[in-house]
Design a protein around this ligand. Structure first.
Ligand code: C2E
Ligand code: CA
Ligand code: CA
Length: 749
């Protein structure tokens, strides 16, 4: 499976997102904690203030009651109440009726049997058990809620039990207080409009309540769960904060306090909804905090990305400058060059790709440091060149350097390059480690823009031109031209078609006669292959043999040619025609003598022809070493074939070697004649002497001599004069088709 790679942008985005998310979560959790704590605290504070208020209100009621008591006390006069005469007390109260407190309904004196003498002059029967008695004598007494019969006004009483000097309980002095009045007095008991209060008497009956109709009743919750919040229960329990449910189903909190003077219970009620309402502003704050945090996070992320940018910029410096040479990196170079190209599309430009031959070799033999020194030295020289010519320069992989500059004329630019490269080549000879740079050059002309030529294209072209320099030390630079590319494209085409071509018999053979110089008669021929392609027509071997040598296909083609040639010879023989020995070429790729001989014989044995009609041309400049050459020649001799050394003189083989390699024929390279012939076809004297010497030498070594490329009569006449054995060349004949060759033999036998 292919691993998906993530682009840096995407990675950055994801990392930012992760950072943001992490921050968000942290912010949410901490703000959650924070607001929860705040809310808890607020709730706590709320209940605290509620408790404080309740406490305060209970004090208020206590004060109210004490106030009643104090008023009541003003009526208590020893001399009146010491008397056992009820009538006297009654008269006293009646007399001072007007002095009673405004909340008081009545002032009264009640005898132990419950007969109450009211200050308004009426007498009334009370239930003594609900009033002060001997047991409460010393204390101030506050009754529970009372509903006096006949009166629909609720009230309660504040009373003082009266005992005589003998400690005998003689009655009660009291005042009845209207609930309405009491209510009015306590209207101040309010904490905003969220809470309301209620006052229960000792039995749990409501004395005061916001809803008047409830007064005089108990509260019994509908849901049994809340039974502990029944008014009766609350009336009997100590101060408490309790969760409860109202008649209407709403949930509430109740905070209770005792009114010690009366044994009553004050309850402040607050609904949950109302508490929540108090919290609402807090929620609002929570929301604000959240937004605030989000803003902080966004800010942080922005800062983070800015910091990352700065960080990346720092890293960028490393990607912009090559650390070894301090030159721009290729990437930076390309960007800058492309910019120049874009902004000056109507100018001419030059791009050079330079490198050092065999840097690997320097690396291995002198060490990495030395190689680095060479690179720095070379980089400095290129840098100087760039500065002088207002060019930009960058370094690519390993020893590859790039120079890009605007030029006014290609001609001038080439002159400068020629001068500089040869000057530098001289200079480098004196450097610690002499080295040979090579340069590929590409030109940009205004018209190239339309072809979509970019800096990358130019680099590709320069690189391609440079790669065509190969090993020739004499050449240090090459200029790209479109033919170079054509060549490569052509080679690619040939390579992709060669196998099929062999199967389709697209290769055919032509025969170039060899002529005996003594009598101008045909004495042999060389088989030369051609390729007839549907698209390209007839392709000459110079266009595909070097390629096939490179890719190894040549061995197959050689065997194919041998097969065709042997078949041709056999055909001529069978048809009773004149036959001459035919030489076939053996490519450089056959370097295993055993294998070659075996394959060769296998083909040869398919036909019934004598080996004397076959000659093998072995290249002088081949990968084979002398022993292999010798080995193959000897084996071919053993099988009865003759062997010629092809292109003799084009390589470095010494004449000394000739005595060791047992070839029968020396086939002198075309260049011998080419180089010694002037444009009028005459050979200069010096060359004549040289060739003459070579031929004599060959004869002494017992080799036959053949000259290739004989094109003129002068050449032919000269070769004849020095007793060269044979000639092959256009002077006699171009390579011929089978039929033409048969005809040629007929004519020249
Ligand atoms: P080569 O073996 O030196 O073949 C001689 C080449 O010289 C032939 O070129 C031939 O046409 C050419 N030639 C002959 N007379 C003259 C002349 O008077 N003037 C000039 N300028 N040229 C002349 P061709 O046929 O193009 O072959 C080129 C090379 O291709 C051959 O050079 C040989 O190295 C290779 N080659 C051709 N056929 C085969 C083959 O079947 N197998 C192998 N391995 N190589 C082959
Ligand atoms: Ca040849
Ligand atoms: Ca040749």
């Amino acid at each position: 499976m292919k691993k998906k790679s993530i682009s840096p942008e995407r990675a950055k985005f994801i990392s930012s997102l992760l950072v943001t998310l992490t921050f968000m979560i942290i912010a949410l959790v901490s703000s959650g904690f924070y607001t929860k704590r705040m809310l808890d605290k607020a709730r706590e504070q709320y209940f605290e203030s509620l408790n404080v208020s309740t406490e305060g209100f209970s004090k208020l009621i206590s004060t109210e009651l004490t106030n009643y008591k104090d008023i009541l006390s003003t009526f208590y006069l020893d001399y009146v109440f010491d008397t056992e005469d009820t009538k006297q007390i009654y008269d006293f109260l009646k007399k001072y009726h007007y002095k009673k407190h405004e909340d008081f309904l009545h002032l009264y004196f009640m005898t132990p049997d419950g007969t109450a003498y009211l200050s308004d002059g009426t007498i009334f029967q009370m239930s003594p058990e609900r009033h002060a008695n001997a047991d409460t004598a010393s204390t101030f007494f506050v009754s529970d809620l009372l509903v006096p019969p006949g009166e629909n006004e609720y009230s309660f009483c504040v009373e003082q039990a009266i005992v005589n000097d003998d400690g005998e309980f003689i009655g009660v002095m009291g005042a009845s207080i209207s609930i309405d009045a009491f209510m009015a007095r306590n209207r101040g008991i309010k904490i905003g409009n969220k809470e309301s209060f209620m006052l229960m008497d000792k039995r749990g009956i409501f004395l005061l309540h916001e809803r008047k109709e409830v007064i005089g009743r108990f509260y019994i919750p509908q849901d049994k769960k809340f039974m502990n919040t029944a008014s009766e229960v609350l009336a009997h329990s100590p101060p408490i904060t309790i969760y409860a449910q109202q008649d209407d189903g709403a949930f509430i909190y109740l905070v209770t306090r005792k009114i010690p003077e009366a044994g009553w219970t004050l309850a402040i009620k607050t609904s949950i909804e109302e508490i929540d309402a108090i919290y609402k502003p807090q929620m609002h704050i929570e929301f604000l905090i959240l937004i605030f945090l989000v803003l902080i996070i966004v800010g942080l992320v922005l800062i983070e990305s800015k910091v990352m940018d700065i960080f990346q910029k720092k890293q960028l410096i490393a990607t912009v400058y090559d650390p070894l040479t301090n030159l721009w990196t290729r990437q930076r170079f390309e960007e800058e060059a492309q910019k120049q190209l874009k902004n000056n599309a109507h100018s001419k430009f030059l791009l050079i790709e330079a490198d050092i031959r065999g840097l690997k070799f320097i690396n291995q033999n002198y060490g990495e440091e030395a190689a680095d020194d060479v690179l720095i030295y070379f980089a400095d020289a290129l840098k100087r060149f760039s500065t002088e010519n207002h060019a930009i320069i960058g370094r690519g992989f390993a020893d590859r350097f790039y120079i890009f500059m605007r030029i006014t004329s290609i001609h001038n630019a080439m002159r400068v390059i020629r001068e500089k490269t040869s000057m530098f080549a001289e200079k480098v000879k004196n450097y610690d480690i002499p080295f040979f740079p090579k340069y590929g050059i590409a030109f940009y002309k205004p018209g190239d823009r339309k072809q979509g030529v970019t800096v990358q294209t130019l680099i590709g072209q320069a690189s391609f031109a440079k790669s065509s320099i190969k090993d020739n030390l004499m050449v240090s630079y090459t200029v790209y031209n479109s033919k170079m590319l054509e060549k490569v494209q052509n080679e690619r085409f040939l390579e992709s078609h060669m196998e099929q071509a062999l199967e389709n018999d697209e290769f055919f053979i032509m025969y170039q006669p060899k002529i005996a110089l003594s009598n101008d008669k045909v004495v042999g021929a060389e088989a030369l292959v051609r390729w007839k392609n549907k698209e390209l027509g007839v392709i000459m071997p110079d266009n595909f043999i070097p390629l096939f040598e490179k890719n190894g296909f040549i061995t197959k083609l050689d065997y194919y040619v041998y097969d065709k040639v042997f078949a041709f010879i056999q055909k001529l023989m069978q048809e009773g025609k004149n036959v001459v020995p035919i030489s076939v070429n053996m490519s450089r790729n056959h370097n295993k003598p055993d294998k070659f001989i075996q394959d060769f014989m296998e083909i040869f044995n398919k036909y019934n022809i004598p080996p004397t009609l076959v000659q093998i041309e072995i290249l002088e400049r081949s990968v084979m070493d002398n022993t292999t050459l010798k080995d193959i020649t000897e084996r071919l001799h053993k099988e009865g074939f003759s062997v010629a050394m092809d292109d003799f003189g084009s390589g470095e083989s010494s004449l000394n070697m000739l005595s060791k390699i047992p070839v029968d024929v020396l086939k002198f390279d075309r260049e011998f004649l080419n180089a010694s012939t002037d444009k009028n076809g005459r050979i200069d004297k010096q060359s004549e002497n040289f060739i003459h010497g070579l031929i004599d030498l060959s004869k002494n070594l017992d080799k036959q001599t053949v000259f290739e490329g004989v094109e003129t009569q002068a050449q032919r006449d000269f070769l004849r004069s020095v007793a060269c054995d044979q000639a092959q060349g256009f002077f006699y004949s171009k390579p011929l088709t089978e039929e033409d060759f048969i005809e040629f033999i007929k004519q020249h036998s």
